[in-house]
Design a protein around this ligand. Structure first.
Ligand SMILES: C[S@@+](CC[C@H](N)C(=O)[O-])C[C@H]1O[C@@H](n2cnc3c(N)ncnc32)[C@H](O)[C@@H]1O
Length: 244
């Protein structure tokens, strides 16, 4: 009996991997926690305080890693469901990184398009490249719905009113100056069509300032699943609709 090559099992595509946000942060936190616990094992004076501090730092590292590896993915599944997409929208994700939000959106857009822009900073996300994002889109089965552009979110290369939805997850705060962050928010509104939705997840003080700058929008905490170590680094969602 001959064996047709096409009958042999095909390698399963790997699952998307979205990397670790700001990887130096949990690495430092975890190393400090481990150092405290080691010191507690060696020195009698201050042993209890060192052990408590070390345990607290390692717990925060665990919460951070949970958020970046899976918590934020669940939160965005929920928030994109709440956005009530019809499936034919053009969606833009600012600072898309390896595509955690971009690809979750693309899954909901069988007749639409999910466009990501990024400057691909490896400090802001591990393994951050356009190739990694496109490979994740392929692994998720949505390569034909996703495109990525190398572009600065403060000067978007898109026409006015050209997207139905603009998202951004933990990216605008990475823009160094307040003035440039507001420019990113203004750019998001410029490319959004009247009646289109803006969904920006960022640390609470930032999200509050973006809303004040826009003079509109609702703010909602996204819960423990989006804590970067603890509630003091929790994430808030700004939801705004562009005026008709
Ligand atoms: C913490 S990562 C978040 C990535 C992705 N949104 C997520 O939630 O997984 C922040 C991203 O913003 C990008 N970024 C920072 N400044 C940017 C800018 N001025 N324009 C476009 N992207 C930028 C970084 O390269 C990085 O990919």
């Amino acid at each position: 009996m001959s064996t047709n090559r096409n009958d042999s099992p095909q390698p399963r595509p790997r699952r998307p991997r979205y990397g670790v946000d700001a990887p130096a942060f949990p690495a430092t936190l975890g190393a400090a926690g481990a150092a405290c616990l080691l010191a507690a094992g060696r020195w009698r004076p201050g042993r209890a305080a060192l052990a408590t501090t070390g345990t607290a730092l390692l717990a925060q590292t665990g919460v951070y890693l949970h958020t970046t590896l899976c918590g934020k993915l669940h939160v965005w599944e929920r928030e994109l469901d709440r956005a009530g997409l019809k499936g034919d929208e053009r969606l833009l994700d600012l600072g898309c990184g390896r595509g955690a939000v971009l690809i979750a959106a693309a899954r909901r857009l069988p007749a639409g398009r999910a466009v990501g822009v990024d400057l691909w900073s490896g400090q802001d996300q591990s393994g951050n490249t356009p190739e990694a994002t496109l490979a994740n889109a392929a692994a998720a089965g949505v390569p034909d719905r996703v495109e990525v552009h190398t572009a600065d979110m403060t000067a978007l290369p898109f026409a006015d009113d050209s997207f139905d939805v603009v998202t951004s997850a933990l990216a605008i705060h990475n823009v160094p100056s307040a003035r440039a962050r507001y420019r990113a928010v203004d750019e998001a509104m410029r490319v959004l069509r009247p009646g289109g939705q803006l969904l920006v997840a960022d640390f609470w003080p930032m999200a509050r300032k973006y809303a004040a700058h826009l003079g509109q929008g609702t703010l909602r905490g996204l819960g423990p699943g989006y804590w970067y170590g603890g509630p003091w680094l929790g994430v808030t969602l700004l939801h705004a609709v562009k005026k008709q």
